[in-house]
Design a protein around this ligand. Sequence first.
Ligand code: GLC
Length: 745
Amino acid sequence: MLTLLLSAALVAATPVLREDNIPEIVSMMTLEEKAAIVVGGASRAFDGIGRDCDPVKGSAGNTHAIPRLGIPFIVLADGPAGLRINPTREGDEKTYYCTGFPIGTMLSSTWNTDLVEEVGRAMGNEVLEYGVDVLLGPGINIHRNPLCGRNFEYYSEDPLLAGEMAAAMVSGIQSNGVGACIKHFALNNQELNRLHNDALVSERAMREIYLKPFEIAVRKAQPWTIMTSYNYINGIHASESPDLLTAILRDTWGFEGTVMTDWGGGYDTAAQVHAGNDMVQSGSDRRYFELIDAVKEGRLEVADLDKCVARVLKLIVKSPRYKGYAYSNDPDLTAHAAVCRKAADEGVILLKNRKALPYKGNVALFGVTSYRFIAGGTGSGDVHRPYVVDLKQGLSDEGYELYAPLDGFYTEYMKDEDWRCRMIDGNNSWVIDRERPIEIVPMDLIASSAKEAGEAVITFGRVFGEGKDRDLYHSYMLQSRERELLEAVSSAFHKEGKKVVVILNIGGAVETASWRDLADAIVLAWQPGEEGGHTVASVLSGAVNPSGRLPMTLSMRYEDEPSAPNFPLIYADKPFNYSFYRRLENNRKDMSVKDIDYTEYKEDIFVGYRWFNTFAKKKIAWPFGFGLSYTSFRWSGMKVKETSDGWEVTLTVKNTGKMAGKDVVELYVSAPGKDMEKPKRELKGFAKTSLLDPGCSETVTILLPSGSLASYDEDSATWVTEKGRYTLSAARNASDRGIRKRIRI
Ligand code: GLC
């Protein structure tokens, strides 16, 4: 009886976690329980609690539950293009497909933050309704080099565009009461040796370029979580850096959320906790015991551990799972497919159009990718989609008639190719180098289709992803079969006075200069998600007037890229595997191989158009911010008004063409550049019009905060705004002079 009373008393005395009693709960926790909260659920060492949680099948990770304190586990799942969980479950006839949205690079190509927020709302609703608490996205690293294998997940070469897209996506996701996770913090700009590569970068380039998207997202949208990257930064691992995670992220930017490692990221668990990296995901027994030993041996202050525990508990009490949300497992995938379509429609970039589009006649459809459209990239950024609409289906649904003999040929050929690819990849959905169908050149059908079909459409595809960077020859350049196909189709159709349209269904920049003259139109469709074929068909027919703009520069040759001299080329004489890493004994970091063990960011702040506009007299293929329309616009009446916090720029856009369309105004600023070296111009704002009917106008407003003109001065470790005369250019792209006004500071 006494025991019963005692245990009842004990139970009554033990508080349960609430939003307002976290410090009390932390003070009640044993060292083992604290370690179990910090180290992810993949660790089974802490008896019992790790085992009883049954997270959503296929989710990426979870935290441990501590029932005696009323602490539930929460569930973390990928990824930036849509929720990634298993589509089927053992013994369950229900399915759990998730909408495959356009890739990050395509969302930023819309230059429409309202639309990206709408995508976030739909994506976040699937996170909520499938019982997940935090989505491990968006990925917002800078496109430093076109060969980075994960660029498809990321937004841009420009920090402002990337940051604004990130803030919009985070706000959309979190409007559902679930968490977002901006990643990978920071300078994860290559995949080769990603677990050990040391990014050597100046403080100014770090602040102005590589950290800036994270800063904008934190200040504007307060993501619940942030994920540290796998790499080192100037010799210190990102997840072990007090500077990065406490001084900058929390003390300077005011981040209020929770920091987690990338999966298995970092090495010294005690150093991670000391730095302010709150969760060690996905967790392991080694990490768990390391943490406990570090505290017992006095190598880690309990106070540091308590801070991290408190921030994890603060995340948990915000979660739907803590609040007992009764998730339906039945989100509205049809409604979300419509959002996916709408976003993809606005992300398509028309690079070239010599009176070839819009076109509604009979189409000769070439290219294996036309029949197997690529919805997104590989790795954790992939999604288990309910379907993918390829271009053949998209064109048919749009009412196009396909040249039958060619359609029949490819349909048969693709059956064999599907089988061959499946034999190579198996059912493994996580394939770093997914086998693609081999391009073919049906010469006889090219000749006949040129006579009988109205226009040729050829799709070239590229798919890549996490864990590997792209090969220059096999991925960035056009393949010989592809070039052969394009040359044969181009000469046959041009002889008949007919047009050739190239569709690029790719996850990142490719070389275009050497072949673009063979095509009359080039449509950059990126990886548009599950509705891809419908989106491209709508653009070809004119049902959708393309309004996308390039979020990166397309250079004439890879060698012109500013980072090319300091980026690993895998085909070179380095027989490294893709996650190659080298550790010397006693964990000392090896720094012997350039671009592998360490990468020097020698181009500094001059990334992308900042380089090409300022230094490279070399031509570029297409400039940052470029994109054509089926209609035309005239800009007038640019005004600049000083406000309490900077300037307000207004400009009137008029549709002077025959089709309704949307336009994008890009605001670039050129600083005096006397006190500090500055790029010739930098994007400091942008605005997209609503759909303007022919003859209609809209006045757009772009706010230019005074702080946005500052540069980071390393000597004083502060942001300084140079005095003098600044030129504001409202332009169509980074190379367009645009309409100019001057301001003086
Ligand atoms: C991966 C990725 C990260 C992902 C995590 C969970 O290694 O780097 O982006 O969210 O692990 O899958």
